[in-house]
Write a protein that binds this ligand. Structure first.
Ligand SMILES: Nc1ncnc2c1ncn2[C@@H]1O[C@H](COP(=O)(O)OP(=O)(O)OP(=O)(O)O)[C@@H](O)[C@H]1O
Ligand SMILES: [Mg+2]
Length: 311
């Protein structure tokens, strides 16, 4: 259902960051993408910063834990928690379990460490990135793709600003070198893809255009596609929509009046969607439509159905 040619397939990316407005369908899309990629034989690690039962339900798997768990064929999951990520990072950098224990088990030191602005967010991003660099025993990447179900727009963008802040503020050292490596991997369009999920309504469209511009222009991050989730399959022509326009409010109590009102509201939603698509297209990014399922998207079956549209 892609509307642009020349798209770089998400299949060839090592890191996919799914972001967008709250409630737009990030978790739903993450699950649909994960199932589609795994079905094509990719080894997929799904990372989430929220202990979401919903994500596991959509994937048809047990809930995520802070340890990477195999979930089903070609699919692993991990719940990212700053404290755990920082502890792991500490262990990696300090290379001494005793030092890590000293640092993290001393309440005073912990308070200091956690007080550093952005460090918590960086810990999540840094851990997600670290898993893209891991190798299996045979030297092949441990995961072909790390899919990150990111926090909603505001927090998601703050999180992405963190490596930049570290680069400008941190003294030379391991933290800065890692931030540099991670940030240049995030900026590399052959390695990373940022996917912005939106809905066919005016406010989400405004927010999406803003977000795309921040990612693209301010942060230099590759927006691979905009995903219009809950897209309507148009039922009415322009003439039909015009004919229905005055029936939005039911004219009376009869079943016919109710039915006309439902049709009129649907026609209006389709026109709003068309206007949103036109505006979104101006962002110059590939636009993918994921259909609205009448029964909602709460089950594994729904995620499987949507996975047919995700790649
Ligand atoms: N394509 C779809 N068709 C029907 N319902 C959908 C679709 N996509 C998402 N939904 C419904 O929309 C709601 C929000 O979806 P989801 O949880 O994926 O959004 P989110 O962006 O991850 O939200 P949050 O910002 O809270 O993490 C859910 O109730 C889901 O069932
Ligand atoms: Mg979510």
């Amino acid at each position: 259902m892609s509307e642009s040619r020349g798209r770089r397939s998400l299949e060839s990316q090592r890191f996919v960051f799914v972001t967008g407005k709250g409630g737009a369908g990030k978790t739903t899309l993450t699950a649909a993408l994960a199932l589609a990629l795994a079905a094509r034989g990719k080894k997929v690690l799904v990372a989430t910063s929220r202990a979401q039962h919903r994500l596991a339900e959509l994937l048809g798997t047990p809930s995520f834990t802070t340890e990477i768990q195999p979930l089903r064929k070609n699919l692993w999951g991990v719940y990212l928690v700053p404290e755990v990520a920082l502890r792991e990072y500490g262990a990696l950098v300090l290379k001494s379990q005793r030092l890590v224990t000293l640092l993290f088990d001393n309440r005073y030191a912990e308070g200091l460490f956690h007080g550093a602005p952005g460090l918590r967010e960086w810990a999540l991003l840094g851990k997600a990135w670290f898993h893209t660099t891991e190798k299996a025993a045979d030297g092949a990447p441990r995961f072909d793709v790390v899919l990150f179900d990111a926090p909603a727009t505001g927090h998601g963008v703050d999180m992405l600003r963190v490596p930049k802040v570290i680069l400008s503020a941190a003294p030379p050292g391991r933290l800065r070198t890692d931030a540099e490596r991670a940030y240049s991997a995030f900026q590399d369009p052959s390695f990373s893809a940022f996917v912005v999920v939106t809905l066919p309504e005016e406010l989400p469209t405004n927010e999406t255009l803003e977000l795309v511009s921040v990612l693209d222009r301010e942060l230099g991050l590759p927006v691979a596609e905009i995903v219009l989730n809950s897209a309507l399959e148009p039922l009415f022509s322009d003439d039909e929509a015009r004919a229905l326009a005055s029936f939005g409010k039911p004219h009376g109590e009869s079943a016919v009046a109710q039915a006309l009102s439902i049709a009129a509201r649907r026609a209006l939603a389709e026109r709003v969607q068309a206007a949103c698509v036109e505006r979104l297209t101006q962002a110059g990014k590939p636009l993918r439509r994921i259909p609205r399922l009448a029964e909602g998207a709460a089950s594994h079956e729904a995620a499987l159905e949507l996975s047919r549209h995700a790649l």
